[in-house]
Structure formats: structure tokens, C-alpha cells
Write a protein that binds this ligand. Structure first.
Ligand code: FAD
Length: 556
């Protein structure tokens, strides 16, 4: 953490130099002594410190300055650093003004010029004030800060991106500026351009206005470009299945690269608590699982490029070439597809317009704090929806689950059903579906169709989390590998028709288990036709696939 600052301000260069010298002599070891020749430049300097989140312990300011008096400066400084100790330096003639300023500008002390010897007239006063300041000083948060609007999809995308990439951040919601002085202070220091929000502030004082996730990733030092042009194994998708394949592949000597378009962890990374994964009797969060798996993969030398999207594949003899979102192309001997599934979009009026403005797909755990004391709606009756309900119930006033069926028992694990029953602020509405979403700028209400009564009820809410059905992330593979009618990738035996491999298959062997209709391209996890949609099965498939990859490589 940066040393707290002591700032002295005076337009008289000689006096300023003398004060600075005396301050440095006593305080330089523990404080950063700063000087300024006018109130305006000093206020700018304070705003700069605020942007970096650096602490300020004390301001020592001359009263008589031409463009802004010391009292005026100290008054304005309170909007930026209200907790800094404020000391006025005055001539004997200004004593009355100084005494008034104790009340008006809430200064903590005034000192008379000259202050020689400082051991007698300066240090005892400042020591006392700094001791008092230290006693109540709480070191500030040193990570990334985001200043933006709660209802902005861009703000949400950045918070979600940082959370899923395990980058600690603090969120400053401009909507709360009237209630939260810290938000007001940061906003006045940053003076953001309203058309370029959110602003992301870094610990070194630099900032990015309305950055894209790639720009942000580069600024944070995340890896988005590969070291090599060609790998033994390229894995597309960094969920549990892809990560397991990466760990096994790299640990068995394959030069491995992984391409992930959002953040390693996949859907599992969005889970607040996975309770059925072997070896974790009290469960673990998806974020924890992702962090551990990424560390393990990196330890074996896997290169993880994220965020980076795979956009198309072409086969060139024994090489599989993948075009990436930044326009570059990477080659490999074996390609493993582990792109999982995404939630189906809600197809009702208002849903598209309000996405990221109160309507979220998946559990959007970053929103939990903002939902405090509110009513939150969840659509869906599977485990993912149940976990989200449990998670939000700790923050929201009420969580209302809307399910199409008559009960949760057909779609949700019993342990979650039991937990939901025992949580008084979760309410399950059966045979209910959303008919329309309303809101100007953000979600304000929704119309719910009740199947039992046939009535439509309009309820107020600011937050809706959608967990309906899943679609495989395979649009980019349409002309590459065979898929089923819903877009899931066919592998192994599922490709065989009347005991014969698919047309275009030129090898004199059948496709291996987990191999697609193109030799040397494998698919694992949720994206695969017939897969069991669970973390453990994805991990299992990812691990097993490496065995067949070795067999394939031994023959090319
Ligand atoms: C909220 C929630 C809670 C869950 N809880 C549990 C639980 O408690 N227990 C359990 O067993 N299962 C649970 N599941 C299911 C489990 O998470 C999934 O079955 C598992 O994550 C599937 O792993 P996967 O690797 O196949 O795919 P995914 O986890 O879907 O990962 C696929 C990855 O591929 C990336 N990707 C997609 N397309 C591209 C592309 N073109 N280029 C680059 N990257 C791409 C995606 O960004 C994603 O990160 C839960 C799911 C959710 C959503």
C-alpha cells in the first residue's frame, strides 16, 4: 500500500519550501510529503490520489493565498478526503478568521507562523493529529474499482468478467451516489464522461473508460495470445471437461493450448455451491473449482488464452486449424471441443431489451449485493436454478421461483428441494410462466401467466434470473462436424449408421469413443450428444478423451 500523504499548500515558495523541509525531516519515513503552490493544483492532486485510492492523512495549508484561501481549500478538500486532518497556517493577524474556520470549515487545528522551532510549535500538534488519524484509518481496497450504473449491461459484463476471472474488484454504483458518500467522492474525483461508462480504475491510478473485455484482459495481464503457432492438443472451452482434458493432456506430455471465450470454469464457474462433486463433502463453489483447476493446468504448462473465441475450423491434411476472434489462426494435431451449453434466451416481449438491465442468464452472482432487501425472480426448475435460489435467498427479501411443471421433483435433486423447503424466504410458484417484461431503462415489473387460474398477474421486480433449457455452443461448427437435430455433437458409436461410419470418413477404423465425424477432432462434456450434464461426467469425459487422443496420435 502507498504511504499516506501529508500535503502542504502555500503560494509563497519560500514558506512552502520551509514547511516541506520540516515535514520531511519528521514524517518522510512513514508518510509521503507532497507540496502544492495553490489551492487549485492541490485539489487536482487530491483528485489524482483519490483515483489511485491512496490515503491522505493531513493537509497543512496557508490561509492567505490569492486565488483560493486556505479555509476555502480545506472546505473543498472535505468532498474528496473528509477524514484527512485539516490544519490552517495563519499569521497572527488572521487568528480570528482561523478560530471561525474551526467551526465553518471544520478545521482540526490552526498554527501560527513562524512555527520555529518545529519541535516545539509544529510536531507536537501534527503528531497528535496524525496519531488520531491513524487510529481510525482503515487501509483502502487496493484492487480494481469500477464506477458505473447498476442497470448498464456494460457494467454488468465487466463485473461478471472480473468475478469469473477471479480478479478482486470493488463496485461503485452511481445510482447510489445520493446515499453513498464514497461513490460521490470517487465520481467527483474521476469526473466520468456519462457516454463512456463504466470507468475501470487500476491501483496505479490509470483508468479505462468503457473498455471491452479483451482490452481489460490485456490491461490486467491475462493471456490472450498464444506463444506458438502449432500445438499437439488444442482445447476449445475451459469448463470442467476442457480443463480436465488440459490437465491430463499436458501432464502426459502433450503441448497443450486452451481457448476460452469468457473465463475458465464454464457453467460450473457460475455455480454458487457444487455439493455433489466427489471429494468435497461440504461442497465447493464453482469459482473455487475453476481456480484450482486453472492452477493445476498451468502447473503442467497449459497455455490458457482467455478471453479468446474460436470462430471456425478447417482441416489441412493432418493439421486442424482454428480461426480465433482476433483474426489469428492457430494449428494443432488434435482438436478437442468442450464448448458446453448456454442458457436459452427467454422469448417474451421485453426480454431482449432488458437483458443485462435486470434480466440475467445464469446465476449472475455479482448481482447478489445489489438485490439486498428486494424481491428476486428465478425462472427454471433444475439444479442450477435451485442453487441460485439458495444463494440469492441470503441477500434478497424474497426469492420467487417460477416453474412450468407441478413440482420441482422431476427436475431437481432431492437435497436441493429439501434445502429450498427449509428456506422461509423462497417461494415456489408452479405452473407459472413469464408473459412479458416491463421497464424503462431497466426491469421494473413482469407479467406472469398462472396456469391454474389462467390469469395474468403483473408484479414489481428489478431482478430476474433465467435458467431455461440449454443450447449447445456449436453454431461455429455447422459445416465441420456432424451434430444432432438440436446441435449437440455426435461422437463415437452415435455416428455409426447400420454399422458403418459417417459418409466422408476415410479411415479403415471406426471413430473412437468421443471422436467426432472428423478424425482428430474430439468432443467432450455438455456439448456432446447424449452426455450427462454434470461436472463429474464432464471431468470424466475430458480425462478419458486423452487416452483416445494418444491412440489417434500414434497412428498419424
Ligand atoms: C448455475 C449452475 C449450477 C450447476 N451446478 C451443478 C452441480 O451442483 N453439480 C453438477 O454436477 N453440475 C452442475 N451444473 C452443471 C455443470 O456445471 C455442467 O454440466 C458442466 O459445467 C459442463 O462442463 P463442460 O466443460 O462440458 O461445459 P461448460 O461448463 O459449459 O464450459 C464450456 C466453456 O466453453 C466456452 N466456449 C463456448 N464456446 C466457445 C468458443 N467458440 N470459443 C471459446 N470458448 C467457448 C464457454 O465460455 C464455457 O466456458 C451446474 C450448472 C450451472 C449453470
Amino acid at each position: 500500500m502507498a504511504k499516506p500523504a501529508i500535503m502542504t499548500v502555500d503560494d509563497d515558495a519560500e514558506v512552502l519550501g520551509a514547511v516541506e523541509r520540516d515535514l520531511r525531516r519528521r514524517y518522510a519515513e512513514h508518510y509521503r510529503v507532497m507540496r502544492s503552490g495553490s489551492g487549485t493544483t492541490a485539489l487536482d492532486a487530491l483528485r489524482g490520489l483519490k483515483k489511485r485510492n491512496d490515503p491522505v492523512g493531513l493537509l497543512l495549508v496557508d490561509q492567505r493565498m490569492p486565488e483560493m484561501t486556505g479555509v476555502e481549500f480545506l472546505g473543498q478538500s472535505m468532498e474528496i478526503y473528509p477524514d484527512a486532518k485539516r490544519v490552517l497556517l495563519t499569521a497572527y493577524a488572521d487568528t480570528d478568521a482561523a478560530i471561525h474556520a474551526i467551526n465553518d470549515a471544520k478545521i482540526h487545528h490552526y498554527l501560527l507562523k513562524p512555527w520555529d522551532p518545529p519541535e516545539e510549535h509544529l510536531y507536537p500538534v501534527l503528531d497528535d493529529l496524525l496519531e488520531e488519524w491513524q487510529a481510525s484509518f482503515r487501509p483502502s481496497f487496493e484492487g480494481v474499482r469500477i464506477l458505473g450504473h447498476r442497470w448498464s449491461p456494460d457494467s454488468y459484463a465487466i463485473r461478471d468478467f472480473l468475478a469469473r476471472n477471479q480478479v478482486p474488484y470493488r463496485w461503485f454504483d452511481l445510482e447510489t451516489a445520493d446515499k453513498d458518500a464514497e461513490v460521490r467522492r470517487l465520481a467527483s474525483a474521476v469526473e466520468p464522461d456519462p457516454s463512456r461508462l463504466p470507468v475501470v480504475l487500476f491501483p496505479d491510478g490509470s483508468s479505462l473508460a468503457a473498455p471491452g473485455t479483451t482490452q481489460l484482459a490485456e490491461r490486467l495481464g491475462l493471456r490472450v495470445r498464444a506463444d506458438l503457432p502449432f500445438y499437439d492438443l488444442m482445447i476449445v472451452g475451459g469448463g470442467p471437461a476442457g480443463l480436465a482434458a488440459a490437465v491430463y493432456g499436458a501432464s502426459e506430455g502433450l503441448k497443450t493450448v486452451m481457448i476460452e471465450r469468457e473465463a475458465p470454469g464454464g457453467q460450473a464457474g457460475m455455480s454458487s455451491r457444487i455439493e455433489n462433486y466427489l471429494g468435497f463433502p461440504s461442497g465447493l463453489s464453482g469459482g473455487d473449482l475453476a481456480r484450482r483447476a486453472v492452477a493445476q493446468a498451468k502447473r503442467f504448462g497449459v497455455e490458457i488464452l482467455s478471453p479468446q473465441e474460436a470462430q471456425s475450423v478447417r482441416v489441412e491434411g493432418p493439421s486442424r486449424m482454428v480461426k480465433l476472434g482476433d483474426g489469428s489462426e492457430l494449428g494443432c494435431k488434435v482438436l478437442l471441443l468442450a464448448t458446453g451449453v448456454s442458457y436459452r434466451k427467454l422469448d417474451v416481449p421485453g426480454a431482449e431489451r432488458l437483458q443485462g438491465r435486470g434480466v440475467y442468464y445464469g446465476s449472475a452472482m455479482t448481482e447478489a449485493m445489489s438485490c439486498q432487501g428486494e424481491d428476486v425472480y428465478i425462472i427454471g426448475g433444475a439444479n442450477s436454478a435451485g442453487q441460485a435460489a439458495m444463494y440469492f435467498s441470503k441477500y434478497a427479501r424474497r426469492v420467487i421461483m417460477l416453474i412450468r411443471g407441478g413440482s420441482l421433483s422431476t427436475s431437481m435433486s432431492q437435497y436441493l428441494i429439501d434445502q429450498i423447503k427449509q428456506t422461509p424466504n423462497i417461494q415456489v410458484e408452479t405452473r407459472a410462466r413469464v408473459a412479458e417484461l416491463h421497464g424503462d431503462g431497466h426491469l421494473e415489473a413482469m407479467s406472469i401467466h398462472c396456469g391454474e387460474s389462467g390469469q395474468i398477474e403483473k408484479v414489481p421486480t428489478n431482478s430476474l434470473f433465467v435458467f431455461i433449457g440449454a443450447e449447445p455452443n456449436t453454431d461455429w461448427l455447422v459445416r465441420t462436424v456432424e451434430r444432432d437435430a438440436r446441435g449437440f455433437i455426435l461422437t463415437g458409436n452415435d455416428l455409426m449408421r447400420d454399422g458403418k461410419p459417417p459418409s466422408g470418413w476415410l479411415l479403415d477404423r471406426d471413430p473412437y469413443l468421443l471422436e467426432t465425424s472428423v478424425p482428430g477432432i474430439f468432443a467432450v462434456g455438455d456439448v456432446r450428444h447424449g452426455s450427462v450434464k454434470r461436472v463429474a461426467s464432464g471431468v470424466g469425459e475430458g480425462s478419458v478423451a486423452v487416452q483416445f487422443i494418444h491412440q489417434y496420435l500414434s497412428a498419424v
